[in-house]
Ligand binder design. Sequence first.
Ligand SMILES: O=C(O)CCC(=O)C(=O)O
Ligand SMILES: [Fe+2]
Length: 366
Amino acid sequence: MAAPNPNPNFSTIPLLDYALATDPAHRPAFLHHLRHALINVGFLYLAHAPVDPAPLLAHIPRFFALPPEEKARIAMRRSPHFLGYTAFGAERTRGAVDRREQLDFATPHASRWRAGDPEYYNLWGPSQWPGEGALPGFREVAERYLAEVQALGYAFARLVSEALGLGPEGLDKFYDEPELMQHRAKIVKYPVVEENASDDQGVGAHYDAGFLTFLLQASEHQGLQVQNLTGDWIDVPPIPDTFVINIGKALEFVTQGVARATSHRVKYPRGTTPRYSVPFFQNIGLHSVLPDMQLQFPEEILELAEVRGQVSKTDSVNFTEFDREPSGQVNLIGRVKSHPDVGQIHYPALFAKYFPDGLPAEAEAY
Ligand SMILES: O=C(O)CCC(=O)C(=O)O
Ligand SMILES: [Fe+2]
């Protein structure tokens, strides 16, 4: 592993080896590199994670090749939980249509909401799956993948906590009991566009909402980019057998910016084959009200954040409500903004608040 760059701005993304974290002789060096990645970059590659993505990788093209009517049967519009299939062009980020097709799924749960509960309890509920006859084994493979990344997520959060000088359990208070947690993942297809297409937004510049995102770049395409400390866009090319891990807005908020949420986007793939990816979004407890849960850091960590300094303005503006709303509500607002057609059906009051002029013909979110 290369030594951390003494200059905190970055032009490449650090690569960490998970095998070192579990080896007592190398663990301090691993934590040292992790600290640098968390404070100065907000993104990292992780090699040798204990997750086998191969079965899921094999199913991804098969899912997207299903007949449109099979995918429409499990449309996200049918789900108050924002789980299910989103057709090409139906999602929005920062006022522009995202040119991708996707299936959102989550930790298996029954619907949680009961009369009188906060509306965001409704984020919990069953995922929608294609018929077993249409795509044998897919549900099992996707759920196993989710469970494996979920376990990695909890283990990795403890390393993050230790790297930030909080001890391994410093972030535990943000998670409810495992059976009261919901994490989300999706499989995404960015189809091929014509060489001369005018618009190249796969997904517009944004932050992720939760604590940590574990992204599997599931094809060989370059497309993901992150914004560095001076606001320049840096490529994050796929590296085989790695995850890309990034910090979400909730973790940035509770660390008062010591750990960075990094603005990122996906440029549309050129070429002859689609780009595939699988982001997994690790959430925190739905009730967490973050201003009441700020973390206190040792002096040496605060000094590192000071050396890094303030990050220049980025192109991303989403998830600004953590200063006043419980985490579940922040997530719900984000979902309504990026899937207004689903919000209009299931959350008419929130939809009216964020889309006072009705459903945007071509984008109005973020
Ligand atoms: O597809 C990717 O590589 C990243 C997608 C992403 O950033 C997201 O869905 O939040
Ligand atoms: Fe993202």
